[in-house]
Design a protein. Structure first.
Length: 280
């Protein structure tokens, strides 16, 4: 015990705070209870308004408080500026007049293996990609676009309808990179034909880039394309007389397969979601 804890008479000093106030000793009545306090009763059907807005993908909870205070949010037709206000999931909540969906947005990336079809169910009983991501979320996630049964690689799932529309609409030109394995070496003349653009039965097609894969046989080709037409990569090479042995999507909208083994999935990072949403 430190010497300064005693006065000249040898009596122990009372501890004081920095401001000079003596600490009040705990009594039986004032001593803090070790038993947990009971939680206030709450309605499980209600959710804080800022969380509702954050779950809808508008902004963070902290930012939502700012928008609420500024009068940007209405509930059932009335503007709400009260902090901590709670709403029911059935309420009509609007942000700048736009109705919100309170379901939390989720984004799951799958490295699809062969022999799975991209659909939510199949009448023929074939295996679907939904089996592979069934444990990823309790929400109903849907695939963004399609991959053929025998095509492998990146496939995104989400319940964010606005983002799905953006990533699949041709106007946004979302780039996808494929690694293609052909039955024969691709000739230089055919490579140039693909570069210049081809006329298929359903119209012209233009790739963003095509090249031999460095250090690999000339039957290994890299293709970057933004077209979302059905089986477009396979049809490009079939048009020139080649059979596609393997087709693997290695990049989708800036997302890659790094550290994602075949048949596995992962949730997107916050930064990856931001990057997808700023695609114009």
């Amino acid at each position: 015990m430190a010497k300064s804890d005693f006065n000249k008479g040898g009596k122990r000093r009372s501890r004081t705070s920095q401001k000079g106030f003596q600490r009040k000793p705990f009594s039986k009545k004032s001593a803090p209870s070790s038993r947990p306090q009971k939680n206030r009763t709450s309605n499980p059907d209600e959710i804080r308004l800022n969380r509702y807005i954050a779950n809808a993908g508008i902004c963070s909870r902290r930012e939502a408080d700012t928008y609420i205070a500024a009068g940007n949010v209405s509930v059932n037709g009335k503007v709400v500026t009260e902090m901590g206000y709670k709403v029911k999931r059935s309420d009509d909540v609007r942000f700048d007049g736009r109705k919100l969906n309170p379901e939390k947005k989720e984004y799951v990336l799958l490295n699809k293996p062969k022999n799975f079809i991209t659909t939510t169910n199949d009448e023929k009983g074939r295996r679907t990609v939904m089996e592979l991501v069934s444990s990823a979320s309790k929400s109903r996630l849907l695939p963004v676009g399609r991959l053929d049964r025998n095509t492998t690689g990146l496939l995104l799932f989400t319940n964010d309808g606005d983002l799905t529309t953006k990533l699949t609409h041709p106007r946004h030109g979302v780039r996808k990179m494929y690694q293609v394995t052909l039955d024969n070496n691709l000739s230089m003349s055919d490579l140039h034909k693909i570069e210049e653009g081809l006329e298929l039965e359903d119209g012209p097609v233009q790739v963003d880039d095509v090249s031999y894969i460095q250090g690999a046989p000339k039957k290994e080709i890299g293709v970057v394309i933004h077209s979302g037409r059905n089986r477009i990569v396979r049809r490009i090479f079939e048009h020139l007389g080649y059979n596609v042995i393997k087709l693997d999507r290695v990049v989708f909208a800036g997302l890659t397969k790094k550290d994602l083994p075949r048949g596995h999935w992962r949730h997107l990072t916050e930064q990856e979601v931001i990057n997808l949403k700023i695609i114009k």
